[in-house]
Unconditional design. Structure first.
Ligand SMILES: [Zn+2]
Length: 120
């Protein structure tokens, strides 16, 4: 199952609450465990992919007004580099390639790039 890791606990709680609303329509339940959010897709009937989950996560981050510098994916875990609410971040936040550090704000471009490494 997909895990989401943030730096700050209050942001983890806020994101989980926002994700619960966003994901209700596809019957995926966010669970907080050891300061991480786990997306429980056991009622979905199939495995939720990172690619499917990412738009929900970005939308939920926006809705919960969580400020973050970037998002990157490593295996089954999505890392959100969240920052303190007063800190300045680039708009819109970037998606980072975990393999080479390439950055883009466009999800489609991001996936084409990450897949070009041939690992997912
Ligand atoms: Zn790369």
């Amino acid at each position: 199952m997909i895990k989401i890791k943030l730096n700050r606990q209050e942001n983890t709680v806020n994101l989980a609450a926002s994700l619960a609303e966003e994901l209700a329509s596809i019957e995926v339940i966010p669970i907080i465990k050891n300061n991480e959010i786990i997306l429980d897709d056991s009622s979905l009937g199939k495995t939720l992919s990172i690619e499917e989950a990412l738009p929900f996560i970005r939308r939920s981050l926006e809705k919960s007004k969580t400020k973050y510098r970037c998002i990157y994916v490593k295996g089954e875990t999505i890392y959100v580099e969240d920052v303190e609410s007063g800190e300045k971040v680039s708009e819109p936040p970037l998606l980072f390639c975990p393999f080479c550090g390439y950055a883009t704000q466009y999800e489609e471009v991001y996936w084409i790039h990450v897949k070009s490494h041939g690992v997912i």
